[in-house]
Ligand binder design. Sequence first.
Ligand SMILES: [Mn+2]
Length: 267
Amino acid sequence: MANSRHFRTIFISDVHLGSKAAQTDLLLDFLRHHEADTIILVGDIVDGWRLKRSWHWPQGCNDVVQKLLRKARKGCRIVYIPGNHDEFLRDFPGMHFGGIEVADRIIHEAADGKKYLVLHGDEFDVVVRNARLLAYLGDWAYDAAIALNVVLAAIRRRLGMPYWSFSAWAKLQVKQAVNFIGEFQHVVAEEARKSGVDGVICGHIHHAVIEDIDGIRYINTGDWVESCTAVVERQDGTMEMITWQKPAAVPALQQLEDEVLEDMQAA
Ligand SMILES: [Mn+2]
């Protein structure tokens, strides 16, 4: 597209395709206006939990998937890091489908040499919920809690029980929510420090931000349910948060023409 911006990397998470809340029109519009060498999907792109309960897959969901596959075909590297809502993909680390590679977590090296741990973030739920107790018990309890979370998640999955939902999240009182966000950020930043990297890029809690926490760069990509945010890496390695607004009044026909032109140029 003529008026699109090109970045080194785009990070997107928590689209929740298959839930009625997914803002597919806005995401599609964002993807039309932004190109990248690499796109990293940071989990909860497809909402498997929601789809299991009732199948909701309008055309907009297909359009988003098609758009991503089309970018992959044209040479964009796409990495899909599953989250808790699309954990059915976690059984396939290293797998490729339609040019998209699946990975549990990755280390992303930015153009400025800074290294970022990229993961969804749900593996820290147990730690976050019991932060005070674990701080008291020490490191072994922290590691045990993360291991336990994996087991509990598997059991809940067997039983068909989700353990994270934004309706429950929205019902949290403001003060609890603020505590939860702060605790989550701290725990994830600590994980990055242990991994010996400069920063962390995650999703999961639907709270977009770029900030420094105890000397670690903490980046949360937000979501495409409410905030409609993406994090982009510029060619010099600096990171930027983009909040995408209602599509500009570009006639649908014009967009279609642009895409046909793109395809002809690519062919
Ligand atoms: Mn999640």
